[in-house]
Design a binder for this molecule. Structure first.
Ligand code: AMP
Length: 401
């Protein structure tokens, strides 16, 4: 059975067509710079296989609908297509960033669900409208398929109130739904499930700390398979230090910056989201550049790295206390999957928590996952490549009626 996964952004559409009998990716692609003269559609047929074929088209693409139409014509193309008709696609899974408190599970896209996503636009003003664009277009272009929304916030809806509430007047939660929601839920859910499989234990019996370190970074405390706390908050700004986002700060900084520098709320918001984090500290937000600079003696790059690692360690300590017993730590996403140096720094000095790294295993290359804990470590440490598209496809498949 074929499932199409769509991640629709403000000027881009990422997509994957999967054969769910084998979980193989038939096509993965990206439409970039929608709305510009020189939009680019890149399509990879049989990605990662010996038979991989890449098609790149540069052309003006006015909107999401024309972009998706081009994708469809490539999917059914006589020479390079992988399906003969769009009706071969049984389900379309849409990544939706904010499900608010309405959505704890993937939802078949009825008009009521679309209204629910619209109602959450104030919580994700940049993301949800772009996700809705993709949904409207896909409903039109794949009328035979069932459309399903998979929410980035849903996995964290199992958090208890003492973890998701902020200590501010309660009426702000009651009236405006101000609370922690958390994000990267699809990734945390995927790696938690894979980790349980590799530990050969039901997920419901696993207590895990999942560490997603990409351009955006977050951690989750997973108790008996369910998220009970996470580091991103009402928005994707709280928690760990990220590429350009500050993570945790004293909320009084807003008032201080306003009074001392006359900065307005938009400027402070932009600064914390786009000019802070690793970039704000050392001018670079790609961890590879930061390592190269550290090796050349750049003190600010070293400080930024030390702060990044320190914050993760603090959250590991917190989540240990929250969970009581931890079976495994899981590293994932761009930095977590590829950067042995960050993993080594995060895991150093954690013997008191019964976490001991196998330094040699940590340096090895791997395909989907590897274990990097020493045999003496009571807590297992795994590195697992996240696969949000596959998780969305799996959840879509489960939701089909
Ligand atoms: P993601 O958001 O998961 O795609 O992760 C992107 C980030 O991963 C980049 O900004 C880099 O900082 C980081 N990254 C990717 N590959 C590597 C690598 N080989 N070593 C260190 N960091 C990496």
């Amino acid at each position: 059975m074929k499932i199409l996964v769509i991640n629709s952004g403000s000027s881009s559409i990422k997509y994957q067509l999967l054969d769910m009998d084998t979980e193989n990716i038939l096509v993965s692609g990206l439409v970039e710079r929608i709305g510009e003269e020189k939009a680019v559609l890149t399509s990879k047929i049989n990605p990662g296989n010996e038979t991989e074929k890449i098609i790149k088209i540069q052309t003006a693409i006015a909107d999401h609908k024309s972009g998706m139409k081009k994708v469809v014509s490539l999917l059914v193309d006589k020479d390079n297509g992988v399906i003969s008709n769009t009706s071969e696609i049984r389900g379309v899974g849409h990544r939706v960033v904010h499900g608010g408190e309405f959505f704890h599970e993937p939802a078949p896209l009825t008009d009521k669900v679309i209204k629910g996503i619209e109602a959450n636009v104030p919580l994700a003003p940049l993301h949800n409208p772009a996700n809705l664009d993709g949904i409207h277009v896909a409903r039109e272009l794949f009328p035979a398929a069932q459309q399903v929304a998979v929410f980035d916030t849903a996995f964290h809806q199992s958090m208890p109130p003492h973890a998701f509430l902020y200590a501010i007047p309660y009426k702000l939660y009651e009236q405006d739904r101000i609370r922690r929601y958390g994000f990267h839920g699809t990734s945390h859910k995927f790696v938690a499930g894979e980790c349980a499989r590799h530990l050969d234990r039901p997920l419901e019996q696993c207590n895990l700390i999942t560490i997603h370190l990409g351009n955006g970074c977050s951690m989750a405390a997973v108790k008996e398979g369910r998220s009970v706390d996470t580091s991103l908050g009402m928005t994707p700004l709280e928690g760990l230090i990220m590429g350009t986002r500050s993570g945790d700060i004293d909320p009084a900084l807003h008032a201080i910056l306003h009074r001392s520098r006359g900065m307005n709320i938009e400027e402070i918001d932009a600064m914390l989201n786009r000019q802070s984090g690793l970039k704000g500290l050392c001018g670079m937000n790609d961890m590879r550049d930061i390592h190269a600079a550290r090796r050349n003696g750049d003190k600010m790059a070293q400080l930024a790295f030390d702060m990044f690692v320190y914050r993760i360690k603090k959250y590991i300590g917190q989540y240990f206390a929250v969970l009581g017993r931890v079976d495994a730590l899981v590293f994932t996403a761009g930095i977590g999957e590829n950067d042995s140096e960050t993993r080594r720094a995060v895991l150093s000095g954690l013997k008191a928590l019964h976490i001991i790294i196998d330094s040699r295993a940590n340096e090895k290359s791997y395909v989907d996952w590897m274990r990097i804990s020493d045999s003496k470590s009571r807590v297992e440490v795994l590195v697992i490549r996240t696969n949000e598209e596959l998780e969305i496809a799996r959840q879509t498949l489960k939701t089909l009626t």
